[in-house]
Ligand binder design. Structure first.
Ligand SMILES: NC(=O)c1ccc[n+]([C@@H]2O[C@H](COP(=O)([O-])OP(=O)(O)OC[C@H]3O[C@@H](n4cnc5c(N)ncnc54)[C@H](O)[C@@H]3O)[C@@H](O)[C@H]2O)c1
Length: 368
């Protein structure tokens, strides 16, 4: 796919997420890591269009997303709009035979996500979804640890995840305050990443018991607690909260195995990983070492790595976007299956739907 000039990209929705993707794509291009060109951007907001075109040197701007999708100079479409727009845009892009990146969550419910996956398969287009934690350097480091050492059987995982309610914190995401647009709160928009991480490490989830809360009375849930059973008998729990406190976002991940423990603190300013294998001392891993795991995962040699990519790779606000796009676009160029893709998103949405059902019924739900 792509012309001799490389892969030609178009991005729809230049908000917080779209801007971060554009910055990451620019870093990949500037560092010479990928032969890509951002050919067009689209937003309904003219001011954002103008600003992005100037900052990222984009020649074509569209107020109508369909014009971008049908632009023959575009091979890959990035969809970074609010969730309620994803379904229509993904379908249009698949119909136009474009490879598709779409932000998470893909849609309001699992059946809708299944439909999007089916549409992409029918059109034979490659897909990618913004389950960004798959490209977190510390989680990749943890994956590597589990592969290299004898941690043994998974026993228990726990993720604690708290941040300020996004509506009050970010004036650019007003759509999150109208429940018809986001279709859900913290469970659908944030815990979905934790669910994906837990299944990635501990395998298929076969049962979920959940409770969601509406402390803030904003029409969407701001608390979600889940207890899950895995196929091989392990248990995992997630506690997520959107609050109104003035404190940094925090995500703490703990994995207990038969022969070891891995704890990851993903909090701004104090991110680190601790691991402890039976009979050995506990080891603390800092960002520099974790970044090496990310480079290794991407098969990028750290020798003489351009500063223009070394710097964003060290920047937690952008490094996951950069790594995910690098991996996705490489797959598009080579015709391989990108990951995480729409099919992997189906699995995460299945658990989200089951968690809402469990909370409504006040009963555990088997995942069939
Ligand atoms: N993966 C992650 O970690 C992560 C983090 C934040 C947001 N997100 C997701 O990214 C998506 C965007 O979120 P955001 O925080 O950037 O929102 P945002 O409100 O900052 O940006 C959305 C942009 O889309 C534009 N838009 C809306 N309708 C459009 C249309 N029809 N055509 C073109 N542009 C249109 C808006 O004008 C706005 O600029 C959401 O799906 C959100 O859930 C993902």
């Amino acid at each position: 796919m792509g012309s001799e000039a490389g892969l030609r990209l178009g991005l729809i929705g230049i908000g917080k997420s779209g801007w971060t993707h554009l910055a990451a794509l620019k870093s990949l291009k500037d560092a010479g890591l990928l032969n890509i060109e951002i050919n067009a951007v689209s937003d309904i907001d003219k001011t954002k269009l103008k600003k992005a075109a100037k900052e990222f040197n984009v020649l074509t701007v569209y107020e109508d997303h369909l014009e971008l999708i049908n632009d023959e100079t575009i091979d890959v479409v990035y969809i970074c709009t609010p969730i309620s727009k994803h379904t229509e845009m993904v379908k249009d892009a698949a119909r136009a035979n474009k490879a598709i990146y779409c932000d998470k969550p893909l849609a309001h419910s699992c059946p809708q996500v299944r439909e999007l996956n089916a549409v992409a398969i029918d059109s034979s287009v490659q897909t990618s979804v913004g389950l960004m934690l798959r490209y977190d350097p510390f989680l990749l480091y943890a994956k590597r640890l589990v592969e290299k050492h004898n941690f043994g059987k998974p026993l228990l995982a726990h993720i604690h995840d708290d941040q300020q309610f996004p509506l009050d914190k970010m004036d650019y995401t007003q759509w999150r305050g109208d429940s018809a647009v986001p279709g859900g709160g913290i469970l659908l928009h944030q815990s979905i990443q934790d669910i994906d991480v837990i299944s990635w490490f501990f395998g298929d989830i076969v049962n979920v018991y959940a409770q969601v809360g509406f402390y803030g009375d904003r029409g969407v849930e701001d608390q979600a607690s889940l207890i899950m059973q895995h196929e091989d008998g392990a248990t995992s729990t997630i506690d997520s909260l959107w609050h109104w406190l003035d404190r940094p976002d925090e995500r703490k991940i703990e994995f207990f195995f038969e022969n070891g423990f891995i704890g990851i603190a993903l909090e701004s300013g104090n991110t680190h990983l601790d691991y402890h294998l039976k009979g050995e001392d506990q080891v603390r891993v800092h960002s520099e070492n974790a970044e090496e795991a990310l480079l290794e995962h991407l098969h990028i040699s750290s020798n003489n790595l351009a500063l223009s990519v070394r710097k964003p790779l060290s920047d937690a606000a952008i490094n996951k976007h950069l790594a995910l796009s690098y991996s996705f676009l490489k797959a598009v160029m080579s015709g391989e299956t990108p990951s995480p893709n729409f099919l992997e998103a189906v699995s995460a949405h299945r658990i989200v739907d089951a968690a809402y059902e469990s909370s409504n019924k006040k009963a555990p739900i088997d995942i069939l």
